[in-house]
Design a protein around this ligand. Structure first.
Ligand SMILES: Nc1ncnc2c1ncn2[C@@H]1O[C@H](COP(=O)(O)OP(=O)(O)OP(=O)(O)O)[C@@H](O)[C@H]1O
Ligand SMILES: [Mg+2]
Length: 301
């Protein structure tokens, strides 16, 4: 692996993401590096959680973790290389985005969430900065940055008491991480649902709320996107602002009280997204015709 000069981005906790090229075949990756703190096992486990939770995920709309390794107390995550983040894309592009652009993105993200939630994983940090365009495409997206993800304990889960990191040391399994950490450690304003902010109990529907905020954001003009927090508050208080009338009811469904919010599976079952998924190997990458979208957001409430 040859680290390339190009820094793709800087993350929290001294994380750095560089472009790297595999010597053997010249393939490019994003290499995310993070120094493991020596004497803070909780912090180490939080960092390892990203690896644990991404491991084994295989979905066209989830950034693929190709591998990971340790070198001199630095953990490296080898990730499939993506293009710009969704935020970078929608902030620089001030052409009006119609439903035909937004809804296929949204369907891909709902499909990614269905995949995650079926595996009892909550992402907990869905935002336009953690969603990436595929290289060379503006129509395909992947969900990334699993740094705050959390695997829920269910009756079906294997419950290992410990797991080994790639340097051979063992740390408590991600299943044992305290469910409630500092508020500042969970989520990103203004994508956080009320229960994620204020309650000790929440479930995968926190991701649906964040997805709803992201959908609202993508429908705004770049100048308005900077006011996302106040626009979301106003929208929740009944002010539709400039949101496309066809999206208003839909977004309200996603931002509603958690017991009335749809699951990712239910979202994919609405008429706008019902189509022949078998055409492209059962994935969400198939084309949706505008005919199926415009004016046909039939919600099953
Ligand atoms: N797979 C990728 N391909 C291209 N660029 C990437 C990729 N992953 C990350 N980046 C770039 O690096 C930036 C930070 O990445 P990421 O969101 O994963 O880190 P982070 O926010 O620090 O994570 P964490 O929340 O775990 O601390 C992104 O905004 C993006 O610019
Ligand atoms: Mg991030």
């Amino acid at each position: 692996m040859v680290p390339h000069e190009a820094v793709l981005g800087k993350g929290n906790n001294s994380k750095q993401i560089k472009r790297a090229v595999l010597k053997s075949n010249g393939e490019s990756f994003a290499l995310k590096s993070v120094r493991l703190p020596q004497d803070d096992s909780e912090a180490i486990c939080a960092i390892m959680r990203e690896v644990h939770n991404m491991h084994g995920l295989d979905h066209p709309n989830i950034v693929q973790l190709v591998g990971h390794f340790m070198q001199n107390d630095i953990l490296y995550l080898q990730l499939k290389l993506c293009g710009s983040t969704l935020r970078q894309h929608i902030r620089k592009d001030d052409t009006e985005r119609g439903l035909c652009t937004i809804l296929p993105w949204f369907e891909q993200l709902a499909s990614a969430l269905e995949h995650l939630h079926a595996r009892s994983i909550m992402h907990r940090d869905i935002s336009s900065t953690n969603i990436f365009l595929h290289c060379g495409s503006t129509s395909s997206l992947s969900l990334g940055d699993f740094g705050l993800s959390k695997k829920l304990m269910t009756g079906d889960d294997p419950s290992p008491s410990s797991s080994s990191s790639s340097d051979g040391s063992s740390c408590p399994s991600f299943l044992e991480i305290q469910p409630r950490r500092l508020l500042s450690d969970i989520g990103t304003e203004p994508y956080m649902s009320d229960e994620l902010r204020y309650s000790n109990t929440y479930d995968a529907r926190v991701d649906i709320y964040s997805l709803g905020v992201t959908l609202l954001e993508t429908s705004l003009h770049p100048d308005q996107q900077r006011e996302l927090g106040s626009i979301v508050s106003a929208f929740r208080s009944g002010d539709d602002g400039t949101i496309d009338p066809q999206l208003v009811e839909f977004i309200r469904w996603l931002l509603g009280p958690c017991d009335q919010r749809p699951t990712a599976k239910e979202i994919l079952e609405i008429d706008a997204f019902r189509r022949d998924r078998t055409a492209v190997g059962g994935t969400a990458t198939g084309k949706i015709s505008c005919h199926h979208l415009t004016g046909h957001l039939q919600l099953k409430t």
